[in-house]
Write a protein that binds this ligand. Structure first.
Ligand code: APR
Length: 313
């Protein structure tokens, strides 16, 4: 059985383990700095397996030795922004967490593919690539599946049509500047801008952009974790099963969409070796401009990151 390590056994990490264990996709190791908590969640999940009918083994640990030989390491470890904490403080704190997670994981599993969830997503993925020195094929950030799934859910609610028929593509940075491609998104092949009025479509686009905040506002404590973890599980599945599956994901661009050297949400084909290919849409001027504006946002924070890592931009 394949082995997958999840760093950060909080809401998203533990729920990712839940989805993966249920699908019997891999043996799992949940790692956290909090003592007892990953062990407790892992044991609880193990005790659910007889009911589910899965022989996946789930181990909780505070020790990276237990993660040795992992095929994939999913990093969800991070701090949420707390009152009084600036964006910059969060960037610094989470960069340090990414550093510890990446260095320790790769020491134990030198061949692992890294999937990053920690926010700010595109920048933390960049940090993981710089810190690890890995090629771009092996460092992939999760954001686009989630943003696109939110949009698909909103379209399904609006039209009362199966989510299976609804295909939405949200590209760009993971934040307010994300770019929902309404011309390319469709319901059973009918473009969204044909099936929905401009007003309804705009409302769905806006709700998608603010999807994370909507959940935070409702939960009061913590942020979304069911949809983010389902997205992580899909990426793990695509890699472990060598599916050559195209999903929106944050990858380090190498000239695609006219952008280089930054992590950015694009359609990415995933297989056994991680990133296989970036697909390029035929974008009109307006879409390309929106993408470039989003890239500017990401670049600014990446410059701050490079300063923190003391690497020349
Ligand atoms: N090593 C391992 N685990 C760590 C470390 C570290 N250095 N630092 C923090 N953690 C753990 C915390 O102890 C916590 O259990 O990461 C976990 C994060 O879980 P939650 O706080 O429940 O956050 P979650 O909702 O799962 O979101 C995970 O995703 O949205 C992003 O950046 C955001 O930090 C958030 C991450």
């Amino acid at each position: 059985m394949a082995k997958v390590t999840i760093i950060g056994a909080g809401q998203t990490g533990a729920t990712t383990a839940h989805w993966l264990a249920e699908r019997e996709l891999a043996d799992l190791v949940l790692v956290d700095i909090v003592e007892g908590m990953p062990q407790g969640k892992a044991l609880d999940l193990m005790e659910a397996m007889p009911v589910i009918g899965s022989d996946a083994k789930i181990v909780g640990s505070n020790d990276y030795q237990d993660t040795a030989g992992s095929d994939i390491v999913v990093i969800t470890a991070g701090l949420p922004r707390k009152p009084g904490m600036s964006r910059d403080d969060l960037l610094e704190a989470n960069t340090n967490i990414i550093r510890a997670s990446v260095e320790n994981s790769l020491q134990a599993s030198p061949d692992a593919i890294l999937i990053i969830l920690t926010n700010p997503l595109d920048v933390m993925s960049q940090a993981a690539m710089i810190i690890s020195g890995l090629p771009r094929e092996r460092v992939i950030g999760q954001a686009g599946i989630l943003d696109s799934a939110r949009m698909r859910a909103f379209v399904a609610m609006e039209l009362d049509i199966s989510v299976r028929n609804i295909h939405c593509y949200v590209l760009g940075g993971h934040g307010d500047s994300m770019v929902p491609l309404t011309r390319h998104s469709n319901v059973a092949g009918v473009p969204l801008n044909v099936i929905l009025s401009p007003e309804r479509l705009e409302a769905i686009v806006e709700r998608t952009r603010k999807g994370g905040g909507e959940i935070v506002g409702l939960l009061q404590t913590g942020s979304a974790f069911y949809a983010p973890s389902a997205a992580l599980a899909q990426m793990v599945d695509a890699i472990l099963n060598d599916r050559h599956l195209v999903v929106p994901a944050s990858v380090n661009l190498d000239g695609e969409y006219g952008l280089s050297g930054i992590f950015f949400g694009v359609p990415a084909q995933l297989g056994a070796n991680g990133l296989e290919k970036v697909l390029e849409y035929d974008l009109n001027d307006e879409e390309q401009a929106a993408l470039e504006a989003s890239a500017e946002h990401v670049k600014e924070t990446i410059d701050e990151l490079k300063e923190k890592l003391q690497i020349a931009a």
